[in-house]
Design a protein around this ligand. Structure first.
Ligand SMILES: Nc1nc2c(ncn2[C@@H]2O[C@H](COP(=O)(O)OP(=O)(O)OP(=O)(O)O)[C@@H](O)[C@H]2O)c(=O)[nH]1
Ligand SMILES: [Mg+2]
Length: 330
């Protein structure tokens, strides 16, 4: 996606002219894409406009989530998957989500280094994002960022999240296909069950298969899959071995993603997942808005007035909360 022309090339970096930014992102201007993601990430007040402008492009990209413990090889695998997808002629977007970092607007150093291979490829957008300050948190920001990449013509969007907590599990579950990476000897298989990751994994990748214990890890995870109850026609998670650092097993991962994609389409599951994703998104946005309004009530006179009444015993706190909710709705 090469630069189109130089119109407003400087101001694009700071622009809040949503129609212009979307037009330029559609034309493949990476600065416009970066700017739109920054607006999304920071929860800018033009965000609803961005969402409205991007709505027509929803659902055009295949979204693949990669999650797993820190250091398991997500970025290395992503880097190799990008290479494989590019070889097929796909345009690829990569979002590396850092749920904790206050860092915004650029690339996490490690990811930048490991995905360096694609830095000059105009068919690849790589972007790290943090969710700090975003009203709806990660679950609201990530789908919007995916939409920016869809709008920019990406056929596939890879979303890397560190799988350590519920928020990351939620984000991973926003993908069409979720890859859970494990490594030998990290007790990962057991951790995966604890973290609820087993339920969200469509494909398990046992990475670092060059290390001792890979066979045991594959066995553990297959054992756990076998224990899971599955109806007829239900997807059975695939287990793939890889040595991402040597680009081994990448074709197998890509094949497993393809297979899952076929299954999704054949069973109407793609639509169901995307509707579930939209529902989560709406909920996150609505809750964020609600929280903001409650915050403004706290700063205004309504909440203090109610609090005074509750404190002096004039009304009970449930009645006061009802009153507050009524005020929120108006
Ligand atoms: N031995 C071995 N090392 C690997 C393999 N894949 C990745 N690594 C190494 O593992 C380290 C971490 O890899 P990353 O790809 O950054 O892992 P990550 O999961 O993205 O890490 P975070 O984003 O920090 O959670 C790097 O030093 C890689 O070179 C592999 O298959 N075998
Ligand atoms: Mg990484």
């Amino acid at each position: 996606m090469s630069d189109v022309n130089s119109r407003a090339s400087g101001p694009v970096r700071r622009s809040r002219d949503v129609p212009l930014l979307v037009e330029r992102a559609r034309a493949g201007d990476p600065r416009a894409v970066a700017r739109l993601i920054t607006l999304v990430e920071s929860g800018d007040e033009v965000l609803p406009q961005v969402a409205a402008a991007l709505a027509p492009y929803a659902g055009q990209a295949q979204v693949v989530g990669l999650t797993g413990s820190p250091g398991v090889g997500k970025s290395t695998t992503t880097n190799e998957l990008v290479r494989a997808l590019r070889a097929r002629g796909h345009r690829v977007g990569v979002l590396a989500i850092d749920p904790s970092s206050p860092f915004t607007g650029g690339a996490i150093l490690g990811d930048r280094v490991r995905m360096q291979d694609h830095a000059t490829d105009p068919g690849v957008y790589i972007r790290s994002m943090s969710s700090r300050g975003h009203l709806g948190g990660l679950s609201a920001a990530t789908p919007q960022a995916v939409r920016v990449l869809e709008g920019a013509g990406c056929d596939v969007v890879l979303v890397e999240t560190v799988g350590v907590g519920q928020a990351e599990v939620e984000v991973a579950s926003l993908a069409d296909t979720t890859l859970v990476l494990l490594a030998p000897g990290m007790g990962d298989a057991i951790q995966a069950v604890k973290a609820g990751i087993l339920e969200i994994a469509d494909v398990f990748v046992v990475n670092k298969a060059d290390r001792d214990g890979a066979d045991a890890t594959v066995r553990d995870i297959q054992g756990m899959i076998a224990l899971g109850e599955r109806g007829p026609g239900e997807w059975r998670p695939q287990v793939v071995r890889a040595i991402a650092a040597r680009a081994e097993g990448i074709d197998d991962i890509a094949a497993a993603i393809d297979k899952h994609r076929d299954w999704l389409e054949r069973h109407g599951e793609l639509r169901r997942r995307r509707e579930a994703r939209a529902a989560a998104e709406i909920e996150a946005i609505a809750l964020g808005a609600l929280r903001a309004r409650i915050g403004s009530l706290r700063d205004g006179t309504q909440l203090p007035t109610l609090a005074a009444k509750v404190a002096e015993g004039a009304i009970d706190p449930y009645a006061a909360a009802d009153d507050l909710l009524t005020q929120l709705a108006t």
